[in-house]
Design a protein around this ligand. Structure first.
Ligand code: PRP
Ligand code: URA
Length: 208
């Protein structure tokens, strides 16, 4: 499935001009990642389950479409994915949040698993995987494999920046998974960083 990329929107371009800049300090970096996260997740909610029914305004009945928040789960990939949890919860305060801990091995660039809080069965709920960076795609594919074993109805990936290499890897492992990104960058360098990118998202988000 072709990824949905938001980089041409004026607000998105503005936020990228701040998060990409190396001088941007971490409180501002985190705040701007959260703003971008809100925009990406809001777009990706096109895939959320919803119901249509009639409500009564103070003046008259009207038809509405409402997302079934309790059928939705957000899963940040630690650490950097934590920066997308607040925006997710602001949009969907009744959705559950579980966590997956993965850390890239600096030599092989493959993800090392260290934690998850996943239930045994998602009982057909729709899963939003949250991770700002889709670089080689190894972390996203590993996280999606953990979730796929647990009976989700659907998985959707939400990220801030992707590299073409990561998009291809995720698409080839999960061809039906919608992918939403703030920007699609040029390439991965030989140390696994996205170029032009923003550097190490986790370090910049937490000031480490
Ligand atoms: C970063 C990022 C992604 C991963 C992407 O995490 O947050 O999870 O790299 O790279 P990939 O697509 O090549 O797998 P990292 O492993 O550096 O951990 P951190 O978030 O704790 O810094
Ligand atoms: N992880 C990051 O934080 N940044 C990159 O550019 C690639 C992976």
């Amino acid at each position: 499935m072709k990824p949905v990329i938001l980089q041409d929107k004026a607000t998105v371009a503005h936020l990228f001009s701040i998060i990409r800049e190396r001088e941007t300090a971490y409180p501002e970096f985190s705040a701007r990642i959260a703003a971008l996260g809100t925009m990406v997740i809001a777009e990706a909610l096109e895939h959320a389950p919803f119901k249509e029914f009639t409500i009564h305004t103070p003046l008259e009945p009207t038809g509405v479409r409402r997302i079934i928040e309790s059928d939705i789960v957000g899963i940040p990939i630690l650490r950097a994915g934590l920066g997308m949890v607040k925006p997710f919860q602001r949009l969907l305060p009744n959705a559950s949040v579980y966590h997956i801990g993965l850390r890239r091995d600096e030599e092989t660039l493959e993800p090392d698993y260290y934690y998850d809080s996943l239930p045994d069965d998602f009982q057909g709920r729709t899963i939003f995987l949250l991770d700002p960076m889709l670089a080689t795609g190894g972390s996203a594919v590993a996280a999606a494999r953990l979730v796929a074993k647990r009976n989700p109805a659907k998985m959707v990936f939400c990220g801030i920046i992707g590299a073409p290499e990561g998009v291809r890897r995720l698409e080839s492992a999960f061809p039906d998974m919608p992918v939403y990104l703030g920007a699609l960058d040029d390439h991965l360098d030989n140390t696994g960083y996205i170029r032009p990118g923003l550097g190490d998202a986790g370090d910049r988000m937490f000031g480490t």
